[in-house]
Design a protein around this ligand. Structure first.
Ligand SMILES: Nc1ncnc2c1ncn2[C@@H]1O[C@H](COP(=O)(O)OP(=O)(O)O)[C@@H](O)[C@H]1O
Ligand SMILES: [Mg+2]
Length: 485
């Protein structure tokens, strides 16, 4: 038999170092919510307050745990990362509950209800220090009754309550606890509505999960702005890897001028558009990493509207390097190479959208004013479209000399088009004056009236013409204005 020595980790120093894994308050809370979702909760309530003893309390109505399950859940490394997980399980290392919580607080109490019974366990770091051992305490009935949201758990059929107290890390250096708590939690709503947006919105017949923060329900934040009709989904791809399928769905976001203020905010703000281009990786529908091309291509102005949704199941965890916080994932070579091949395809569409939003119109009879032509391979030019009904009508009305003058005039305008300056304005996300709300509708109505008058066309046709066709969102308003006159 081999000689051996058992070397047991020192609880105090190991737990202390694990506290420094690098969670923020938001990512730590997101990890607790992962557990609730894995336990099939349909409602999750987060409450926090620092007006008296600061706490964070997270209650779900999931399956709950029996006493032995709860004891095991409190164990560091409660499951083997290499074991197969249930298909919807968001966990992996068997650490999240403990590490995420203790990265923020010194006292973690978990209370769970299952089969009509309530069980509770507590990691109290002061007690661990005192006993110098891996001991969890069992809270008394009185202690339980004082826990925020405990009564709500009692009223539920089943579920789990996670309470953080003695928030030394979360509140570190706080001078005014209540303000500090608000500060630290400010980005919580944004973070959770973003990473769990596929859970809080209805997807493929899966019922949405309600998440409340201090009583306010989270709204899903969809990074692809799929509700905006100008968002272009490109052709999706299915990449088979080890007998499972990775779904890749690229989207090209609408040009800035087709986004309202809220959507610009959703898309990451003006500066954010460029910053947030890239892949959006979902592990079991939970967003784990976003806004990166994994260095497959540089972040470029031209790709800035491109966001690619990548869905990976947890069965491929071993291929990805996924860290404890599930926040850093790096795709394996097989997937990287396939993604790389796809990138030029996304980028081309993104380019068209940035430089020429009008091209998106699905309408076949759309008549643009500017047409893009490629006189020879790799070159381009923008010409004025003489077939635009307004131009046709004007040139038909005048004599040969006049027509030649107009043609010359158009050549002049085409040649002097300040492409560089337009490009630089678009890249810096400035909006052109014509596109400012309010003014815009007034101008469109004027143009529509003139087009009807000059080109002798009817109202329906005018909506297929540049520039009216570019603004389908205002068509109703334009019809209304025109019929008022
Ligand atoms: N809210 C919850 N409801 C039911 N079971 C839970 C809950 N939170 C944790 N658990 C149980 O505790 C275990 C350990 O959780 P955790 O430390 O986060 O590791 P992991 O999620 O990687 O398994 C989970 O696998 C699960 O069985
Ligand atoms: Mg977990």
């Amino acid at each position: 038999m081999r000689e051996f020595l058992e070397v047991i980790p020192d609880p105090v120093s190991l737990i202390e170092s694990m506290r420094a894994v690098g969670y923020s308050a938001q990512t730590a809370i997101a990890d607790i919510i992962d557990n609730s979702l894995s336990a099939k909760a349909s409602q999750i309530k987060i409450e926090y307050d620092a007006s008296r003893e600061p706490f964070v309390s997270i209650l779900d109505n999931g399956e709950g745990m029996y006493a032995n399950e709860l004891t095991n859940a409190m164990r560091h490394g409660s499951s083997n990362p290499n074991d197969a997980r249930e298909i919807n399980d968001l966990g992996r290392f068997g650490l999240g509950l403990k590490t995420a919580s203790l990265s923020q607080c010194r006292k973690l109490t978990v209370v769970s209800k299952k089969g009509g019974q309530i069980y509770a366990r507590c990691w109290d770091l002061d007690y661990v220090q005192e006993r110098n051992g891996w001991f969890v305490t069992i809270p008394t009935k009185l202690e339980l009754e004082e826990l925020p949201l405990f009564k709500s758990l009692v009223d539920q059929e089943a579920g789990t309550l996670v309470v953080w107290q003695l928030l030394d890390k979360l509140m570190s250096g706080a001078y005014q606890p209540q303000d500090e708590m608000k500060n630290r939690m400010r980005d919580l709503v944004d973070h959770l509505s973003f990473v769990f947006h596929r859970f809080t919105e209805k997807e493929d017949g899966i019922d949405p999960v309600d998440i409340f923060i201090n009583g306010v329900k989270l709204h899903p934040v969809d990074p692809f702005l799929t509700k905006n009709s100008f968002t272009q989904p490109l052709e999706g791809q299915r990449i088979p890897v080890n007998e499972v399928i990775i779904n890749v769905q690229p989207y090209v976001l609408p040009h800035m001028s087709h986004l309202n203020i809220d959507e610009i905010q959703l898309a990451g703000g003006k500066d954010g558009l460029r910053h947030n281009q890239g892949f959006y990786i979902y592990r079991n529908r939970r967003l784990v990493i976003w806004g990166t091309w994994f260095r497959l291509v540089p972040k470029e102005e031209f790709y800035k509207l491109t966001r690619v949704k990548v869905d990976i199941p947890n069965t491929l965890d071993h291929l990805w390097s996924l860290d404890i916080k599930k926040s850093v994932a790096y795709p394996p070579d097989v997937i990287r190479n396939r993604l790389k091949e796809l990138i030029p395809h996304f980028a081309n569409t993104s380019r068209t959208t940035i430089t020429y939003p009008g091209r998106k119109q699905k309408n076949i009879s759309f008549e643009p004013i500017w047409v893009r032509t490629e006189p020879s391979h790799g070159t381009f030019r923008y010409d004025i479209n003489i077939n635009h009904p307004a131009l046709l009508e004007i040139t038909n009305r005048i004599d040969k000399d006049g027509q030649q003058s107009i043609q010359f005039l158009m050549k002049l305008i085409e040649t002097a088009l300040p492409l560089e300056s337009i490009y630089s304005d678009l890249c810096s996300d400035r909006r052109n004056d014509f596109e400012l709300e309010g003014e815009l509708i007034k101008q469109l109505v004027e143009i529509a009236k003139k087009l009807i008058e000059i080109a002798g066309i009817n109202i329906t046709e005018v909506f297929n013409l540049d520039p009216i066709a570019r603004y389908p969102q205002h068509h109703n308003k334009i019809i209304e204005e025109l019929s008022n006159e």
